[in-house]
Ligand binder design. Structure first.
Ligand SMILES: NC(=O)c1ccc[n+]([C@@H]2O[C@H](COP(=O)([O-])OP(=O)(O)OC[C@H]3O[C@@H](n4cnc5c(N)ncnc54)[C@H](O)[C@@H]3O)[C@@H](O)[C@H]2O)c1
Length: 329
């Protein structure tokens, strides 16, 4: 059976997925849609399939098995609901929405429809991370601390949606959400409270820029573990660094690029990253669709990561600890 795939959004990350899906057996790139018709046409020319300016029309006319939803955070309106209504499984990029209302509405639609979903947290598919996590689960003896940092720059130019809070949600909501998801996944527990401070003045002179220049977020997990996630988009190009560290009772993990140094007592072992995480996450989704089983990163995982980042925004704005959940779902 060939899985007939359509795309909503044909921008940067859509290209990453389409390139990988094009190399996969049993996948037909059947249709592409983008609000900018030219982009959908360029994808259709490159990968085959039909181009649409309107995803409503695409979903209406094409009999798709699955859809890749690769639109900016602000653009999530009815795409997930329509896929669910039509029984079209979907892969959606993070963050899944900008509000809990929107995310919970889509989650309920997904549950009602019983479709297969996956959120684009590709770090979960890095093989060194997977091995390291397994060691922590099997013989870590409990996690004390997860810490991670995203020391980066500003994505896109002055007109890009990334630097506008109403469009992206800010660096934490849009980008460091990867680290929040990694924390949940590696600590293997649910968050119960969040405290955060944001720096919001430093870069305000930049055109259209109204997101935080830095954030420091503390998450308390039900297991007792704590996580610290710090981010900035004010780093110098040569100083950029995205990494993590985890301290469990018997084991320590030190991220090193995609590799992980596993420390157990006097022993240090480097777990090498050997895979293309985007290929692996896409292959996992397609395999799950073929087998009719849910993925390792279903939609609810995106809702939970979003909830933590929104709780951090709230904490920073209100100057208090925010307890979860923020919504019932
Ligand atoms: N997992 C990752 O590593 C990763 C990397 C980059 C981006 N992303 C995520 O992917 C999403 C998209 O990011 P991007 O960098 O590809 O953005 P982009 O701006 O390059 O592309 C988005 C595309 O969506 C189209 N679009 C916007 N609104 C639309 C609508 N209502 N209907 C149809 N098309 C619409 C735009 O015209 C554009 O072509 C973001 O949520 C981002 O956080 C994830």
């Amino acid at each position: 059976m060939k899985v007939r795939v359509g795309f909503i959004g044909c921008g940067g990350i859509a290209q990453v997925h389409a390139d990988r899906l094009a190399k996969m057996e049993g996948v037909e790139l059947a249709a592409f849609s983008d609000a900018i018709a030219e982009r959908a046409r360029a994808f259709a020319e490159k990968y085959g399939g039909r181009a649409y300016a309107d995803y409503h029309e695409m979903l209406e006319k094409e009999k798709l098995d699955a859809c890749f939803i690769c639109i900016p955070p602000y653009a999530h309106t009815d795409q997930e609901l329509l896929c669910a209504e039509r029984g079209v499984h979907f892969f959606v990029e993070k963050p899944v929405a900008l509000t809990m209302e929107k995310a919970v509405e889509a989650l309920k639609a997904v549950r009602r429809a019983g479709i297969i979903t996956q959120v684009g947290y590709m770090r979960r598919f890095i093989d060194s991370y997977r091995k390291a996590r397994q060691v922590v689960l099997e013989r870590g003896g409990g996690v004390a601390l997860f810490e991670a940092w995203w020391i980066g720059g500003i994505a896109g130019g002055p007109e890009h949606w990334w630097r506008r809070k109403a469009l992206s949600g800010g660096q934490l909501v849009e980008q460091s959400t990867h680290l929040v998801d990694q924390a949940r996944w590696m600590v293997n527990s649910e968050a119960e409270a969040v405290a955060a401070f944001f720096e919001t003045r430093l870069l305000r002179d930049l055109p259209n820029f109204d997101i935080e220049s830095a954030s420091a977020v503390i998450v308390k997990f039900r297991s007792g573990a704590v996580a610290s996630i710090t981010s900035t988009c004010a780093a110098q190009p040569a100083g950029m660094d995205v990494n993590f560290r985890l301290i469990a009772r018997n084991v320590e993990l030190v991220g090193s690029g995609g590799n992980v140094i596993l420390v157990e007592g006097e022993r240090r072992e480097v777990l090498q990253a050997t895979v293309d995480a985007y290929y692996e996450e896409d292959r996992h989704f397609i395999e799950c669709v073929k087998a009719g089983r849910d993925t390792e990163v279903p939609y609810i995982e995106g809702v939970k990561a979003l909830e933590i980042t929104l709780a951090a925004v709230k904490s920073a704005e209100e100057g208090r600890v925010v307890r979860l959940p923020l919504a019932s779902y």
